[in-house]
Ligand binder design. Structure first.
Ligand code: GLC
Length: 624
């Protein structure tokens, strides 16, 4: 036992600089600060003591292999438990399937007890220590975590820390008038302060939840509600909020959760006169929370969800003094946006510009979560400056992308749905599955075999991109069998206002069987092609997230190019974003370090004709 206590103390020492000075900075002047500090340390010791031997072993293992999540064998899969497998128990029966895809990281979409009725897809949590009863119990979660651990699959669960449901016991007590609980949220006696904040805030759900504050007649108070009315923003300037959330995180870590997806982190700190997004204190909080789990549950990673512009997004890995000390993982939403933008325009210049100008070649102690789409809408996070650098208008380009992917633009291949049109800014976001946005839904409906083929190639292009850029690629459930938009949500009253449900379909297990039996069908080709790409990723050591990713100008606007720079050699990844053949000069390839002309993706040599390399429509290669 003394040995184990020593490890805790060593880890405490290791992360001391990431914890105490951060708390001092945030809360030093608060009257409750000293008490909170003591409570936190007690809680941390308690959590460590309660941690199972099995999990402590995993902590050690991952301390010894700190790059485990950067390795090319990582592959994530994201699903709603009910839509994938009915309930938590049901997931056990699907583990063979996940393993057959090569998956070793699963993100269970929100599964903690949500408020009744509309819960924003589970992001309105009323009890963080209970599982949604429709899905099972905390015991079921621990059992699943154990089963996953045996298969070396990491478990990611959502931790919503910007807000709780208004039905959470803290919120209920606050509403009853308990001052200590009101101080955990943002309560206002009249609308003067809310109005002053509103001047610079940005609407998140302008359609169905306009404004960022809600008035409750029964208590005659205003409450800060950035997202929906039922989601009350926590007041992170109160040290008690930090303490309570840290306790919950350790509770989940001890249930076997390996990755905490920290939801909507940008909004955690409020400052008058700003957008109240990504304020410097957010990073101080996140660094301190990171330290807490690193000390008591060292194998746990933090995935930070901040769907923001390029420069801002990087801050979630920690920049400057926080470099490498914040999120281990953060969504690369800009890669996702640029994929869709380049597909629509058949031009990769903006993509090359953005990814080269704003993103470093290397990250410290961190890597991206790469994806083509997720459970949320796609917002066109393209700045006016970046569009301007290429000589066009940001506003016009964003509007074009919305029309293109909604499916109203003349000649588009895509079919999607609008999400939250903002009349004031003209901003329109888009919902849709990978297959529908990439053109498969429309092509199948038109029974157009040429378009079907192109859509399949677009899907595989996207997979090859997120498999090689650097990071943990995440497949959203059903994209591997090309599920198209599901409009049945329109007849579900709690969902009908939220078009994101169109791209959260139920898993179609018959479709899985059909795709396997008929590999020549469009779904069969997507399924086999997707599996192939991730199998080849695992076999390609240059794709380790720790190696640099250097974006290159391919001197052909149709082609996106980057080098993965491993000590033993360079991998040149090329992607044709058009439906035409595209040529590249052999000399240019050699200049990029291609020596063997072997494609690691197909695992075949490539042929040059007249020293010219030709990439087929939507072709992709990883050249060594
Ligand atoms: C995150 C989630 C999104 C949710 C929001 C509010 O952005 O991904 O689905 O609506 O947070 O919790």
């Amino acid at each position: 036992m003394t040995e184990i206590k020593d490890i805790f103390d060593l880890r405490l020492k290791r992360s001391a600089d990431d914890l105490w000075p951060m708390l001092e900075q945030l809360y030093g002047a608060h009257p409750d600060y000293q008490a909170m500090r003591n409570d936190l340390l007690d809680e941390m010791r308690r959590a460590w003591k309660a941690r199972s031997a099995d999990l402590k072993n995993l902590d050690l293992e991952r301390d010894l292999e700190p790059d485990w999540f950067q390795r090319p064998d990582m592959l994530g899969y994201v699903f709603y438990i009910d839509r994938f497998a009915g309930d938590l128990q049901g997931v056990h029966d699907k583990l063979d399937y996940l393993e057959s895809l090569g998956v070793n990281y699963v993100h269970l979409m929100p599964c903690l007890k949500p408020r009744p009725g509309d819960s924003d897809g589970g992001y309105s949590v009323m009890d963080y220590r209970r599982i949604n009863p429709a899905l099972g119990s905390m015991k079921d979660l621990s059992a699943l975590a154990k089963a996953l651990r045996r298969r070396k699959i990491s478990l990611c669960v959502d931790m919503v820390l910007n807000h709780t449901a208004k039905e959470h016991e803290w919120a209920v007590k606050a509403r009853k008038g308990d001052q200590a609980y009101q101080d955990m949220y943002w309560f206002f006696d009249d609308d003067s302060t809310p109005k002053a904040y509103e001047k610079t805030l940005i609407e998140i759900f302008p359609d169905n939840a306009p404004g960022s504050f809600t008035h409750y007649d029964d208590i005659d108070k205003w409450v800060w509600t950035t997202f929906n009315e039922h989601q009350w923003d926590l007041n992170w300037s109160n040290p008690r909020v930090f303490l309570e959330i840290a306790k919950i995180m350790l509770f989940l870590a001890n249930r076997g959760v390996n990755v905490l997806r920290l939801d909507a982190v940008a909004f955690m700190w409020k400052r008058m006169g700003t957008r109240c997004q990504s304020e410097p204190e957010v990073h101080v909080i996140l660094r301190a929370l990171r330290a807490v789990t690193r000390i008591c549950a060292a194998s746990v990673l933090h995935l930070e969800e901040a769907i923001v512009g390029p420069a801002e997004m990087l801050t979630y890995f920690g920049r400057g003094e926080h470099d490498g000390r914040e999120g281990n993982l953060a969504y690369h939403n800009n890669l996702m946006v640029q994929y869709w933008s380049a597909l629509a325009t058949r031009n990769t210049q903006l993509m090359t510009h953005v990814l080269r100008t704003h993103f470093p070649e290397n990250l410290t102690n961190a890597t991206y979560a790469t994806y083509i789409r997720c459970h949320d809408d796609i917002g066109w996070a393209i700045t006016d400056e970046d569009a301007g650098a290429l000589g066009f208008s940001g506003g016009a380009h964003r509007a074009y992308l919305s029309d293109f992917y909604e499916g109203t633009f003349d000649g588009t291949f895509a079919r999607g749905a609008l999400f939250q049109e903002n009349a004031a800014t003209g901003d329109k976001r888009i919902s849709g599955t990978f297959a529908s946005l990439a053109g498969l839904e429309r092509a199948l409906e038109d029974t157009d075999p040429v378009q079907v083929d192109l859509a399949v190639q677009r899907i595989l292009l996207g997979n090859a991109l997120i498999a090689s850029y650097g990071g943990v690629p995440l497949i959203y459930m059903g994209d591997e069998i090309a599920l198209t938009n599901d409009d049945s949500y329109l007849s579900v009253p709690d969902f009908a206002h939220d078009s994101r449900w169109t791209h959260r379909p139920f898993m179609d297990w018959d479709r899985v069987a059909a795709a396997q039996e008929n590999p020549a069908s469009p779904q069969g080709r997507v399924f086999a092609g997707t599996r192939h790409i991730y199998a080849r990723r695992k076999a390609t050591y240059q794709l380790h997230g720790g190696y640099a990713c250097r974006v290159r100008d391919a001197q052909n606007p149709a082609i996106f190019a980057f080098q993965r720079i491993a000590p033993a050699g360079i991998l040149l990844c090329l992607f044709n974003f058009t439906e035409d053949w595209q040529n590249l000069a052999g000399q240019w390839l050699r200049d990029q370090g291609v020596a063997h002309f072997h494609d690691a993706l197909s695992d075949r040599p490539v042929e040059l004709t007249d020293d010219t390399f030709a990439l087929p429509p939507y072709g992709r290669v990883w050249l060594t």
